[in-house]
Write a protein that binds this ligand. Sequence first.
Ligand SMILES: [Zn+2]
Length: 109
Amino acid sequence: MNINKYKKLLLERLKVLAEVDGYAQNACQPVELDQTRVGRLSRMDALQSQAMAQETARRRDNESARIQVALKRIEEGEYGYCLSCGELIASNRLALDPTATVCITCASV
Ligand SMILES: [Zn+2]
């Protein structure tokens, strides 16, 4: 198994996530209530898009946490082994999701 390939993938993904997080900072700011300019409907829109921005931010946090775990497992030489049964995780599964910590068999239980 080519660990370096996955390490590179993970590091690149982490970099992209950090960049997107930078752009998205503004979208997560509290909704400004400019009553003179925005009506009730656009306030609803603003709240809704804020909720969506928070949800995607939460997913990014989640993904970068999983990437950190994967990188730590690479350092420890544990990467690619199922956390549950200890078998090697199929490389096509890792190619699809380099942060996978369990094999397909254990994941589908
Ligand atoms: Zn397993």
